[in-house]
Design a protein around this ligand. Structure first.
Ligand code: PNW
Length: 524
């Protein structure tokens, strides 16, 4: 007699909530869809980067970048594809502005190709044709009532600067500053938001550690640390230049990335520590110096300890002088965060013989097989991880203003316009952003969907599509067509909320009534 009402109770609870990935993520406490609105002034945007969309790789005196050289090297990119033409945004930028406008986004994050405006990387030879391209793009955006957020470095270093050692050469601090200064000078009156570097962790690890990205250096124990050290100083110098030399009143910061590191066994302190250490080695590597003045203590001790054990007479992780610490500390006006996925972390002691940035962490990482997939091997949707990550940033970096400067998911080349899996991803992730804002009081002020349109996905070429808009790469005009997800995003921006629909409302309320009745029966 007791059983029937008990079962009814259970069913009513299970069906009262809504889930985006009901088969895997169905914890009512953690995963149930949350209905509420975003703050009124919440910033909605979409993002791209120069090499991934522009094409025009040698147009109008542009110099070659490390990505031009890397992609032109056989065997580096899926199918030997490259960004020579990409979405041809060099010619189609008005089309880009139009599709942004159609979605009603108020912000567009794009990047400037350094060698397009400084072909050799140096300030002594400004390419006015390149300046004019970005100037026209910015004007077109402003005319359409869209604010630009400009990334100065989204990975396409002038090849001439790689020829002198790239980010391993400290002279790039001043050379980058000259480039940044030029951009502030020419565009600063019209650009309110600047990002110095996009995801330096990916630049240094994939580019200098394991050679899967340009410049293709394979030096996993040393080069990433050296390159990162230069990048952090270059960031700080550009930050100071922007605020000291100009008084535009805009904001400038850096965009960092990490997956949310989840301990495999939350009851084991060593797994909890491993997960934190992983995030310190990725985002914290840069965020700690910039927000707190120096590398994370755990990173310092791990790399120092390993270096000593390896018989080296100095740590592979360089040090900042006291003066540098002071100069770097506080060079942020917001926290730019790119977030795509979650990773499970387990403590694992790596052998001392491995002279390698990943081994330095003593962490083994994986993603469970039952998590949903995407077209990218590294990217499995696990939306609750974004809320956790936002809370981590809030706690670790003293409650900064946060822009999610990238978030999105890939689908295979073949899939065309009906991208319901992308809609599920965006719904799930944005719902977690909403929970972080409303329930946890994390100061997330804006969100940029990656990406405005399908584009050159680095070493994966065109095989993985991240776009809200489909691009036909077989057509010389590279026509853009909104996918279902673009329409979804447009509607979400218009409502600025997760609104409960009538079907869900009826189901939820009937489940509540059922629950109350079943409970009364049960208690009788
Ligand atoms: C970011 N990984 O890169 C970049 O900022 C974008 O340019 C890129 O298109 C986007 O994410 C999607 O990949 C990443 O292998 C590239 O872990 C690779 C990885 C992570 C981020």
């Amino acid at each position: 007699m007791l059983r029937f009402p008990a079962i009814l109770c259970f069913i009513s609870i299970a069906y009262a909530a809504d889930y985006y990935y009901p088969e895997v993520f169905n914890d009512p406490e953690r995963d149930a869809v949350y209905y509420d609105s975003f703050p009124e002034d919440f910033i909605w945007g979409s993002a791209t980067s120069a090499y991934q969309i522009e094409g025009g790789w040698d147009a109008d005196n542009k110099g070659p970048s490390i990505w031009d050289v890397f992609a032109h090297t056989p065997g580096k990119i899926y199918n030997d594809e490259n960004g020579d033409v990409a979405c041809d945004s060099y010619n189609n930028y008005l089309e880009d502005v139009k599709i942004l406008k159609d979605m009603n986004v108020k912000f567009y994050r794009f990047s400037i190709s350094w060698p397009r405006i400084l072909p050799s990387g140096l300030i002594d030879n400004v390419n006015e044709a390149g300046i004019s391209y970005y100037s026209k793009l910015i004007d077109a955006l402003l005319d359409a009532d869209i604010q630009p957020m400009v990334t100065l470095y989204h990975w396409d270093l002038p090849q001439a600067l790689q020829d002198i050692g790239g980010w391993e050469n400290e002279t790039l601090v001043d050379i980058f500053n000259d480039y940044a200064d030029l951009c502030f000078d020419r565009f600063g009156d019209r650009v309110g938001y600047w990002i110095t570097f996009n995801e330096p962790y990916v630049v240094t690890w994939l580019g200098y550690g394991i050679a899967v990205f340009a410049p293709g250096i394979n030096d996993p124990g040393y080069a990433p640390y050296r390159a990162a050290h230069t990048i952090i100083k270059a960031h700080a110098e550009a930050y100071h230049t922007y605020h000291k030399k100009y008084s535009y009143g805009g904001k400038i910061s850096i965009t960092l990335s990490t997956d949310y590191g989840m301990p495999e066994d939350a009851t084991k302190q060593e797994d909890v520590d491993a997960a934190i250490r992983y995030m310190q080695f990725t985002a914290g590597w840069y965020a700690h110096p910039i927000f707190k003045g120096d590398y994370p203590a755990q990173m310092r001790s791990q790399v120092d300890m390993k270096s000593i054990a390896q018989g080296l007479n100095e740590s592979r992780l360089p040090s900042f002088t006291d003066e540098e610490v002071e100069y770097i500390k506080g060079t942020h006006d917001f926290f730019g965060l790119n977030a795509y996925t979650t990773t499970v972390c387990r403590y694992h002691e790596s052998p001392t013989s491995e002279v390698n940035y990943e081994s330095d962490q003593d962490v083994y990482r994986f993603q469970p097989d039952d998590w949903p997939k995407s077209a990218s091997e590294w990217l499995r949707p696990a939306p609750w991880g974004l809320r956790e990550l936002l809370n981590w940033v809030k706690t670790e970096y003293d409650d900064p203003e946060i822009f999610i400067t990238e978030n999105g998911v890939s689908t295979p080349y073949e899939q065309i316009l009906d991208d319901s899996d992308r809609i599920t991803y965006y719904s799930a992730y944005l719902n977690e952003v909403l929970k972080a804002i409303k329930i946890d009081e994390v100061n997330v002020v804006g969100y940029f969907a990656w990406s405005l349109m399908d584009n050159f996905e680095w070493a994966s070429g065109y095989s993985q599509r991240f776009g809200l808009h489909h691009v036909d790469f077989d057509d010389p005009d590279r026509p853009r067509t909104p996918k279902d997800s673009a329409l979804f995003y447009r509607d979400l921006i218009a409502s600025n909320a997760f609104v409960i629909n009538s079907a869900v409302f009826i189901r939820t309320s009937s489940m509540v009534i059922l629950f109350v009745f079943a409970l009364i029966r049960l208690l009788k």
